[in-house]
Design a protein around this ligand. Structure first.
Ligand SMILES: *Cc1c(COP(=O)(O)O)cnc(C)c1O
Length: 404
């Protein structure tokens, strides 16, 4: 069976060069990087070099990079670490309703321990209202944490403008850039961000390694107290192989980004246009242009997203839905609901996220296979036959939203 992977926002395949870069540290170069004897020397050097590569990708100093075990840890370190170190200055944090669970979870935890958290709304295209952000700021606001790009819709937030607002008010600004890094150029100095999270397995490094940028002078309380690793900011013997891999992935991202973006954008647009041409009642979830190049989130009205994914899986196509299947009950995506997408449409959403491994043949295969699947599922839906009869009264606007 054909195997087509269109779920790169969930995780990516390890790049062959990254794979090669990590092997020595799983084998002969096993030493503890903190050891002062011969065995620790090359592992230490590998970590130093990886730090340089990560710093170069973000345009920061090596001392500003902290390696962690995953993006979720990075988000938690940034948010809880700042909250705790700034507790005497204020207890107010601003975030959005559409963050990744790692950010939402950290913020909700803090809300239970005496912090006051504002969750900003988004509009129907998933965009923020910066006036709402400005109005939310109080004298007690210590942190703004807003993601760079949304993992479900791909929508990119105006991080530079948010950075300016944060700076004007002397508030620290963290951005979860896990879906932005490697896909669009990111310069932490230009963006005025104080903290930024990235994760290895979203940029062709393996799972279990990530990094946080923390601007020089910004103090945070560690999550993991222990040894002196990462300048006392993250105890624990370093994951040398993973860190070497992450460094290599950052180097490759810087080298290949422009070319890959061209390739991936073209394929993504081919998929998006192809499906919308061939299938009626499709809505685009997210902003048509302010999006990372690899992501398209579509709702196929009158079908259930999870069943659609199962049918795609049977054809060898891996994609994902915004909704998470929890204990048998299908909960629609918090991101789509925050955008005001109707419950039924949210249930019919599918996220396609492309990567460097995809080809035009992959895309054409999906454009060929999906219309028949949707048609078959709709033919079994009583809602669809009713709607089809009323079709004359339904108009679909350019943005894909359905208005009666
Ligand atoms: C994947 C992801 C994370 C979590 O990273 P892990 O390394 O899987 O913990 C955080 N934020 C966003 C936006 C993500 O897509």
């Amino acid at each position: 069976m054909k195997k087509i992977y269109l779920d790169n926002n969930a995780t990516t395949a390890v790049h062959p060069e990254v794979f090669d870069a990590m092997l020595p540290y799983l084998k002969d170069e096993f030493g503890n990087p903190s050891s002062i004897h011969w065995a620790g020397r090359n592992p230490r050097k590998a970590i130093d070099e990886a730090r340089e590569k990560a710093a170069k990708l973000l345009n920061c100093d090596v001392s500003e990079i902290i390696f962690t075990s995953c993006g979720s840890e990075g988000d938690n370190l940034a948010i809880k670490g700042i909250a705790e170190s700034k507790r005497d200055k204020g207890n107010h944090i601003i975030t959005t309703k559409v963050e990744h669970p790692a950010v939402l979870g950290a913020c909700k935890y803090l809300a239970k321990t005496g912090f006051d958290v504002t969750f900003l709304d988004v509009d129907s295209q998933g965009m923020l209202d910066l006036e709402q952000l400005k109005r939310a700021i109080t004298s007690k606001t210590i942190l703004i944490t807003i993601m760079f790009a949304n993992n479900e819709t791909g929508v990119i937030f105006p991080i530079d403008e948010i950075g300016k607002i944060a700076k004007e008010h002397n508030i620290l600004f963290h951005t979860d850039a896990v879906q932005g890094v490697g896909k669009v150029p990111i310069d932490v100095k230009k963006l005025n961000v104080d903290l930024l999270t990235l994760s290895g397995h979203k940029i062709y490094a393996p799972k279990g390694v990530a990094a946080v940028y923390v601007k020089r002078g910004v103090r945070l309380v560690p999550l993991i107290h222990g040894g002196h690793q990462e300048r006392n900011r993250r105890g624990g013997t370093e994951n040398t192989a993973g860190i070497a891999a992450l460094g290599k992935a950052c180097e490759i991202a810087l080298r290949d980004m422009a070319e890959e973006t061209k390739h991936i954008t073209a394929l993504r647009d081919r998929l998006e246009n192809g499906l919308r041409e061939k299938i009626p009642y499709v809505r685009l979830n997210g902003h048509p242009t302010r999006r990372i190049p690899n992501t398209v989130n579509l709702s196929f009205e009158f079908v259930e997203g999870e069943s659609l994914l199962l049918n795609l899986d049977m054809k060898g196509v891996a994609a994902s839905s915004g909704s998470a299947c929890t204990s048998g009950t299908l909960e629609p995506s918090h991101v789509l609901l925050a955008m005001g997408v109707p419950m039924e449409s949210a249930h019919g959403s599918v996220r396609f996220s492309l990567g460097r491994g995809n080809s035009a043949e992959d895309i054409d295969y999906v454009i060929e296979a999906l219309p028949a699947i949707v048609e078959r599922m709709r033919s079994m839906s009583p809602l669809y036959s009713t709607a089809a009869k009323q079709a004359a009264n339904i108009t679909f606007s350019e943005s894909g939203s359905c208005s009666h």
